[in-house]
Write a protein that binds this ligand. Structure first.
Ligand SMILES: Nc1ncnc2c1ncn2[C@@H]1O[C@H](COP(=O)(O)OP(=O)(O)O)[C@@H](O)[C@H]1O
Ligand SMILES: [Mg+2]
Ligand SMILES: [Zn+2]
Length: 511
């Protein structure tokens, strides 16, 4: 007898359906064919132990397990459960009806209990898309799979639950969750609020512009100026996640095995990797390719605190993803893509001692050290950062005031309005949602400025020694400033403000 059921393999952040066929013929031993890795080959030992434990047996004939299609590499222990069930059915030990109509996955412990697996969300989506009616999986993963509609999610704790369910001797209620309710949870989700930050109006303004246009931003200032405090609050003014964005981001966490509660990611991710991070951990990759920090920040914020402390090679590998908003990891035969559409917020001291240009303390760095420090990150990376903002510490009196500053919710409302204008502007462009994402050709069309405006930029570029590449950055940011003001035409006032945010381009900076 040949039995069929369905499993899945993860490819990047998507799943491919794998057909699992088991046939029992004359001979001895169990064979797994169809590009299995070692973990799958080892499953026969786990299965043997489990079958014994539940008073069944491994057939004393040849068991052939075929995983199809054969050209996809299959990894991990999640095929334990479907293979074990298929063997029980093929050897007539249990009837197990409709095995072929289910997606079945789960790693078995030696006594038959199930261990959770990774990537359940993309698997549930793939299964639903090919019309599979039910998904039998470890209980810990059930909530996550239930995010997907139109598929019955059957949670099991032990292999006997699955056997009884498929033999119609036990009913198990499918797990249901209300995705609308999850996503529209009252927005008290951000405990960090800009109302906690006293003063710093100009920095907050720059962060508002960054949030409104999706621009990358770097803050430069001495230790204790509040850079980290400000950066941590940026998610609170970004527009709420849409359901599609929430699903996209959750898929990445699912594949990375980082969904702690197995639930939907309802707020924008904020990732702040330490500066000792490796290339692979930042951008993703490895032998079994995993998403890196930049993908975990998808649809949210990647915060690189103390930017010059990061290894130069690490900053270099980020350049391409910053441009393409995805990472491509190449392996022998395939290349896998991870989405990486994030907003980069960076912070840095102005010099090694930290006090260059400080209002009260003096810098003790030797001549040339300031420029050298800046050069550690200059060039291609800074090139992709639209806004540079100097952060100077606020006085003790200002910090100790009891008065609360403007709350994040108000700022977020303005950001959302500016984003609505952009949604309208880019409605005919598939992958462009914000001003920051415009190509240089689009900048020409959508950031029209008057002759005097152009002259203003030209003069500023000459006077401040701005590089040519700063030009389109200035135009994009001017566009966002105009959008925040709710006006169609970019005025000289908008341009002047945008020029102000290019301080790191100046040949001599910090002025
Ligand atoms: N503008 C401010 N309003 C309120 N507290 C502030 C402000 N600036 C600094 N602080 C306090 O100083 C601490 C240090 O700031 P931090 O963000 O770590 O500085 P930086 O990252 O620039 O070194 C903050 O955690 C906060 O308690
Ligand atoms: Mg800091
Ligand atoms: Zn210094």
């Amino acid at each position: 007898m040949i039995t069929k059921t369905n499993g899945a393999a993860i490819y990047g952040v998507d799943a491919k359906i794998i057909q699992i066929e088991v046939s029992i013929v004359q001979g001895m031993n169990l064979y797994v064919v169809g590009l299995p890795d070692n973990a799958i080959k080892e499953s026969q030992h786990r299965i043997e132990s489990v079958l014994k434990h539940i008073k069944c047996e491994m057939p004393r004939q040849r068991v052939i397990v075929n995983l199809a299609p054969a050209d996809i590499k299959k990894e991990g222990a999640s095929y334990d459960l479907p293979i074990a069930l298929s063997i029980l059915k093929a050897s007539h030990q249990h009837p197990l009806f409709d095995l072929d109509k289910y997606m079945i996955l789960g790693e078995l412990s030696l006594d038959g209990f199930l261990r959770p697996i990774k990537g359940v969300l993309p698997i549930a989506i793939a299964a639903r898309n090919v019309g599979i009616q039910g998904f039998i999986l470890p209980q810990e993963n059930a909530q996550e799979a239930a995010i997907v509609d139109n598929i019955n999610v059957i949670p099991v704790r032990h292999i006997t639950d699955a056997i009884q369910f498929l033999s119609n001797t036990k009913s198990i209620d499918p797990v249901k969750i209300d995705i609308q309710e999850l996503i529209h949870k009252p927005v008290d989700q951000y405990d960090l609020d800009f109302a906690d930050v006293q003063g710093q109006e100009d920095v907050k303004r720059a962060l508002e512009i960054a949030a409104a246009g999706g621009h990358n931003l770097v803050m430069v200032g001495p230790p204790g100026a509040g850079k980290t405090m400000l950066a941590k609050r940026i998610s609170s003014i970004l527009p709420p996640l849409t359901i599609d964005e929430a699903l996209e981001t959750t898929k990445i966490y699912s594949v990375a095995g980082k969904l702690s509660t197995g639930q939907l990611m309802v707020s924008r991710p904020f990732r702040s990797p330490h500066h000792t991070i490796s290339d692979v951990a930042l951008v993703g990759g490895g032998t079994n390719p995993q998403p890196g920090e930049i993908s975990l920040a998808h649809n949210g914020v990647l915060f690189l605190d103390e930017l010059p402390e990061f290894m130069r090679s690490v900053l270099e590998v980020m350049r391409q993803p910053l441009e393409e908003r995805k990472v491509t990891v190449s392996r022998a035969k395939v290349s896998i893509e991870f989405p990486a559409n994030f907003m980069l917020i960076a912070s840095m001291n102005p010099c090694p001692c930290g006090y260059y240009n400080h209002p009260t303390k003096s810098c003790v760095c030797p001549n040339g050290a300031v420029q050298k420090y800046l050069n550690k990150v200059s060039g291609p990376l800074l090139d992709r950062i639209d806004l540079h903002i100097q952060v100077t510490p606020v006085s003790y009196d200002a910090i100790s005031t009891k008065k609360r500053a403007e709350c994040s919710k108000n700022i977020q409302e303005r950001v959302v309005k500016a984003r609505e204008i952009q949604t309208q502007r880019f409605r005919n462009f598939k992958n462009i949602h914000t001003n920051a994402m415009m190509s240089s050709n689009m900048v020409k069309d959508m950031c029209e400025i008057s002759k005097t405006g152009n002259l203003l930029i030209k003069n500023a570029m000459e006077r401040l020694g701005l590089s040519a590449r700063a030009y389109s950055r200035i135009l994009k940011v001017s566009r966002t400033i105009a959008d925040l003001a709710g006006v169609e035409n970019i005025t000289e006032e908008h341009i002047a403000e945008a020029i102000h945010y290019r301080s790191l381009d100046r040949s001599s900076w910090g002025i």
